[in-house]
Ligand binder design. Sequence first.
Ligand code: NAP
Length: 416
Amino acid sequence: MGAVASALKEEVIAYSYLARLVKQLLLDPTVRSKTTLLTFFSGFMSIAVDEMIHQSQCRTCEEVLENVYGKDLFALQGKVALITGASNGLGLENARCLMKYGCHVIWAVRSPDKAASVLNQLEKKEKLTGKATILKIELSDLSSVKPFVESFLALNLPLHYLICNAGIMSPTEWLPSKQGFELQFATNNLSHFLLTELLMPKLKETAKTGEVRVVILSSLAGASCYNFDPAKIPCPQEEYNEFSEYAVSKAVDCLHARHIQKHEKNIIACAVHPGIIGTGLGGGNRGLTSLLYNGMTMAMFRKPVTKGAATTMYCTVSPDVTEHSQKGAFFYFNCASQRPRNILGARDDLVEKCHQRQLELVKPFMGHAPEKPISRPGHSETEAWRQLGDKAAPLLQAAPFLNKPLDMAKGWFQPA
Ligand SMILES: NC(=O)c1ccc[n+]([C@@H]2O[C@H](COP(=O)([O-])OP(=O)(O)OC[C@H]3O[C@@H](n4cnc5c(N)ncnc54)[C@H](OP(=O)(O)O)[C@@H]3O)[C@@H](O)[C@H]2O)c1
């Protein structure tokens, strides 16, 4: 009886949020300037329904890898992937599966302790033939991005797959990032933009030796975006709406992929809607999260994490994607290239304007990333760290356990 009552309560919360959202989409001029009821149905709902219809054809993340590499669990040896937010939800499933096939995965996380403990658990459960290196990044603070990139470059590795995955969803009120930007946009978009810009020389260098891909986690919410003014991103406090700002942040993520696709001929860029998956996303807030992940009615639209991580994996390893990108595809869901809805596929001028605006916002944090990493062949990574001296300081401060010797057999830094 208690369970039924609490399920009904969740349903009521979900529908009251939906009613409020519909009212805002119809009547609130600020919300309507970015997302309308029409774009909500033609973007958000049309993708959710499309996914529900094709649910049975949807593969799991592991099946995507198996489809490409069969049972060869060393197929990705020599490849390096960098995943932001690898310590939870979809990023974790992507990290696990890539490591299962031999890939060296850089876990770009805000809490190295949490990541180390998650990794420990994974390794107890199954054999992972790939390595993991945990590095700290705090995406709500633009000043943490360059030290992170310097730490990565110091490892002297190539970078084949950059997966911009970490994100937050729809805080119910406007919150500031470390630099005072709207938190959601700063975390989901600006920091990833800066990360990609700083890693671009490494991506280009790796592209000379093989295929390189940038996969950006967008969302069906981005497809419900109708318009926005690039000069007004990130959103000022007085214009904040939890739904439309999530939509804008995810639309800009997609435009970012479009920009890379257009300008970097040797790099494949994809924007992904993973599905509606009950992860840690939007944890604790009682707005959009209640509608998507708690209500019974929306259950028919939801996927498990194993399937939710599949499209990112498809974009990372599938040879089909090479072909799609040559034809200009950049938006994916359900492990297939898709017609970009609403603003995602429209207005080339907006792609350029957004890029200019993002550059302007991150410029003070770009500085100069070192071109030549320090480690030498035959030296352990810990020795390379010692040689790094001052440059290693931000990382060593950020994640004290990295001072511990590197476990060369497993290839990851042992926590204290
Ligand atoms: N789940 C869905 O239904 C859905 C739908 C559409 C799009 N997406 C997108 O998919 C991506 C992954 O989401 P998810 O569902 O896997 O959510 P999740 O379980 O909440 O995972 C998000 C990850 O991002 C990390 N993160 C959050 N804020 C961060 C910060 N300031 N600095 C560094 N890392 C930070 C989290 O770190 P911790 O591990 O420390 O918490 C976590 O690992 C997001 O971009 C999301 O917008 C998800």
